[in-house]
Design a protein around this ligand. Structure first.
Ligand code: UDX
Length: 441
């Protein structure tokens, strides 16, 4: 009989994982402790913006016309325990308030609620990003006859569906052949299509995730450090990235210089990794991550300085600043630790009149930063602006007609915080275009 799967936590990770498991042919029961989320998901609606996810859900959610009915949602731990052979724990692990360490309270609470209801022989699979050593601790607290595996997730927001159905690799930390066999069964589809299946122990599986995110963060901060040098030396970081990227050992990806990385993963993951290394007495191994973090945070401040310079060099008081983009990356509505909103917020706190527009992130941005001004379109945002900041590289912004936009503002200065706009196109339309790490022209 086919395995029955449950997914605990229905954020970007869990909702996508649940839908993907149904797509792979399994009967799936998703759980969240927030009843409103469960109600929405049960109607085939996604509580956040993730391209392709709603379509996938609607293909499988029970009760929707034409759906396979393989996917259901509940708030009942009892139901989840009785239903599942394999339970994926996908709850979030944010940064602790006022500390670098990872807040494990959602993971601990999920394991605590699930444990009393688990059937003998059940396999619990942790997917959340956790400090190394957590799996061993959690395994020890599970009831007799129940096993744990650790299976980190590498999906990117905006590509979550594709990354889940066609992962670059599947990594499983296991302590028995049975756990490995069950997970091979779960992932037979993607593995059959060529996804490598890496089997390892608990600590290595946990570390793979934090190491991968640390490497990605380091790559971004490296190119942003080069951008700083390029600016000082009148070089062009975009050309430099292209040129070094031709070396296959370096690669072209994740070398986009700009206002740096944000989101719910990279910033907090490198900090939690440093904190955990400290606890293990290995803090020296990760001191470079402090520099990675510091280069990254400096980018936001640098954009604020470029904006100040653009509005006259002294103060933002009385100046209008248009901000295009609020999310931490395009194709997402996520504003967690968004560099764009951080820059907008800093300018606002220094007295600037900031108007933000984002294609999908407005509701979340308004909630997080209610004191900023918001506009319904890019055109409305730039009206009367002394400077326009392009801070999240949505396609909609690349497709803007600079000549049309120029009519709304007399100052016509655009600062490209993502090196994503076409400088020639903007300059031809009469704009002063300035990017990060590129010559002023
Ligand atoms: C990241 C990892 O990529 C993913 O594997 C992991 O599972 C979760 O964390 P995500 O946070 O969705 O995914 O976004 P990602 O595409 O990695 O971008 C992170 C941040 O880096 C964004 O703010 C993005 O704008 C920035 N970035 C990315 C750059 O500044 N330059 C780049 O070249 C690439």
């Amino acid at each position: 009989m086919a395995l029955k799967i449950t997914v605990i936590g229905t954020g970007y990770l869990g909702a996508t994982h649940a839908a993907a498991m149904a797509e792979l042919g399994f009967e799936v029961l998703g759980l969240d402790v927030v009843p409103e989320k469960i109600e929405m998901l049960g109607q085939g609606r996604v509580p956040m913006y993730e391209p392709g996810l709603e379509e996938l859900l609607r293909k499988h959610v029970a009760g929707i016309e034409g759906a396979t009915g393989r996917l259901r949602f509940t708030t009942s731990w009892e139901e989840v325990g009785a239903f599942g052979d394999v339970h994926f724990v996908c709850v979030n692990t944010p940064q602790k308030h006022g500390e670098y360490a990872c807040d494990m309270s959602f993971v601990d609470s999920a394991f605590g609620s699930l444990a009393p209801h688990l059937r003998d022989g059940a396999l619990v699979v942790g997917k959340s990003t956790v400090p190394v050593g957590s799996a061993a601790r959690l395994a020890a607290a599970l009831p007799e006859g129940v096993e744990l595996a650790w299976n980190p997730e590498f999906l990117r927001e905006g590509f979550a569906v594709d990354d889940t159905l066609h992962p670059d690799r599947i990594v499983v930390g296991v302590e028995s052949e049975r756990a490995e066999k069950l997970l091979r069964e779960v992932y037979a589809g993607p593995v059959g299509e060529g996804s490598p299946f890496v089997v390892t122990d608990f600590p290595t599986a946990e570390l793979v995730k934090t190491a991968a995110n640390s490497f990605l963060a380091t790559k971004i901060s490296f190119i942003n450090a080069m951008a700083e040098v390029c600016e000082a030396a009148d070089g062009d970081v975009v050309k430099l990235a292209e040129a070094i990227g031709h070396d296959e050992r370096i690669g072209k990806k994740f070398l986009r210089a700009g206002i740096g990385f944000g989101g719910g993963c990279l910033p907090k993951d490198i900090r939690a990794f440093m904190a955990r290394a400290g606890e293990l007495g290995a803090d020296q191994a990760l001191t470079f991550l402090r520099e990675v973090d510091s280069v990254n945070m400096r980018r936001r401040g640098h954009m604020v300085e470029l904006a100040r310079e653009a509005v006259g060099g002294e103060t933002f008081l009385g100046k209008r600043v248009a901000v295009l983009g609020a999310t931490f990356k395009p194709d997402s509505d996520d504003v967690r630790d968004s560099p764009a909103l951080n820059v907008a917020g800093q300018i606002h706190l220094q007295g600037g009149q900031v108007t933000v527009y984002d294609p999908k992130g407005m509701a979340n941005a308004r909630r997080l930063f209610p004191t900023l001004g918001y506009a319904d379109s890019a055109y409305d945002a730039v009206r009367g602006a002394d400077v326009v900041l392009h801070l999240t590289e949505w396609r909609e912004f690349r497709d803007l007609d600079p000549a049309e936009l120029a009519k709304a503002t007399s100052s016509r200065i655009i600062l490209d915080g993502r090196n994503a706009l076409d400088p020639a196109k903007w300059r031809e339309a009469g704009w002063t275009y300035r990017a990060m790490g590129r010559p002023r022209a």
